[in-house]
Design a binder for this molecule. Structure first.
Ligand SMILES: *[C@@H]1O[C@H](CO)[C@@H](O)[C@H](O)[C@H]1NC(C)=O
Ligand SMILES: *[C@@H]1O[C@H](CO)[C@@H](O)[C@H](O)[C@H]1NC(C)=O
Length: 414
């Protein structure tokens, strides 16, 4: 064999160098985004308020634009259905003590939300509160719900088309309701739905919320709350009567949303295309004695005696604002209230993930901190319940430690 000419050796070396360089480059580009994600995760978990200000392109978390839009429109459409039921109830077509309006609204809203999610994200899993078993043995109830579901539409054709997933008939609706049977967990894309959170508030004419949270690998990425009976005005003060005799008249109805690493917003709850959103943030507490706190109306949901003691120890003088549902999370996120306490009433009760996923993210993205009563972050990765947590304490990040300390003193658990 003749010896290789010198220039061919040179070419060989150059191409080897190019290959090595390419290998190094491809490693770094796959490595950097992970590093960026980790860094942004660390900053958003330890300093939630800073996530709004420390944003450079490489540091920013995924924006989940499509998930957010579908979630907001799905919540808005489901809220149209719950409002129709709410008005039927107000007219006295069904008795106030009768649970059926809740049942009808719950199943109907769940069917509408799941159909929109499955049309857009067919392989995602869904954790939802209701299952259709009772409807399968009650044809009249089923037909009532079906009439509502098939006639509830957004009045914007493009929005309706985006949601898609029109349901064929009443039986298909039952099957769709049962798609909310995921066990949840720490892997994959999972949605958590509470079609009517605050059923007692819904019946009482107080606050209720249509709730949707989106998780990836057990971490909440997108949260949306539709609150038909809260004031649209983010600055409207919370008064003690907010928990009953409310309406969804002019000036009421709000959607709160949050995306991890991208802040929280509120916008009017409409009937078609989404209204313009506004950034919201928690109100800094300058003087604890002037703070207000929110808790459940139902004493079975939170220990009201202990929360009164906690308020007293913190020097809070204003009476607590009681309202049902995740409307509490939305209210403190926009600074209408300051602190949300949910103190365990039983040793065995486990909070459900659909009752907290959206609210937890929205408050954290608005500059708050949300933990359980021991100061541990809520863990959405262990199934359908928050099995690793007890109660909830949500407060502006700068006073959260102080609140937890007093909570610990009063309820004495570690
Ligand atoms: C919102 O509420 C605040 C406080 O009550 C009030 O000053 C303001 O005028 C309201 N804004 C609108 C647009 O109604
Ligand atoms: C709500 O309405 C009921 C029945 O009309 C009434 O008894 C109750 O006092 C009202 N509550 C408030 C806070 O106005």
């Amino acid at each position: 064999m003749p010896p290789r000419p010198a220039h061919s050796k040179f070419l060989l070396i150059i191409s080897l160098l190019v290959l090595i360089l390419a290998a190094i480059l491809s490693r770094t580009t796959t490595f950097f985004p992970r590093l960026a994600l980790l860094a942004s995760h660390l900053t958003t978990t330890s300093h939630p308020a800073s996530s709004l200000t420390t944003k450079s392109p490489i540091m920013s978390a995924p924006s989940y634009e499509k998930e957010l839009k579908v979630a907001q429109l799905a919540v808005q459409r489901a809220a149209i259905l719950t409002k129709r039921v709410f008005h039927e109830k107000a007219k006295g077509t069904v008795s106030k003590d009768d649970k059926s309006p809740v049942t009808i609204g719950d199943f109907g809203a769940q069917a509408l939300i799941i159909s929109a999610l499955k049309a857009n994200f067919p392989t995602d899993e869904i954790v939802a509160e209701e299952e259709s078993a009772t409807l399968r043995t009650d044809a009249s109830l089923r037909d009532q719900i079906w009439e509502l579901v098939k006639s509830t539409k957004l009045d914007d054709p493009a929005a309706e088309e985006l949601l898609g997933g029109s349901i064929k008939d009443a039986d298909a609706m039952l099957d769709i309701i049962d798609l909310g049977n995921s066990k949840g967990g720490a892997k994959g894309r999972i949605w958590a739905i509470d079609p009517i959170d605050g059923t007692k508030g819904f019946l009482r004419g107080g606050q209720y919320a249509v709730c949707l949270g989106f998780m990836v690998d057990g971490d909440v990425k997108v949260g949306v709350l539709g609150c038909p009976n809260l004031p649209v005005n983010d600055s409207a003060p919370l008064d003690a009567g907010i928990g009953e005799n409310q309406s969804d008249d002019e000036g009421r109805g709000v959607i709160f949303s949050g995306v991890l690493g991208h802040g929280a917003t509120s916008r009017p709850l409409g009937t078609g295309a989404l209204a313009e959103g506004k950034a919201i943030s928690m109100k800094p507490i300058k003087d604890m004695t002037q703070a207000s706190f929110c808790e459940s109306v139902e004493s079975g949901h939170s220990n009201q005696g202990e929360s009164a003691q906690i308020a007293q120890k913190l020097g809070i003088t204003r009476p607590s604002v009681r309202m049902d549902s995740q409307a509490k999370y939305g209210s403190i996120a926009r600074g209408a209230g300051d602190i949300y306490l949910r103190l365990p009433t039983s040793k065995t009760y486990q909070e459900k993930i659909w009752d907290h996923a959206a609210g937890d993210l929205i408050v954290r993205e608005a500059g708050g901190q949300v933990t359980d009563t021991t100061g541990k972050r809520l863990d959405f990765s262990v199934g359908r319940t928050l099995a690793e947590n007890k109660g909830v304490v949500a407060a502006p990040a700068e006073v959260h430690d102080q609140v937890i300390k007093v909570v610990q003193e009063v309820i004495g658990q570690k």
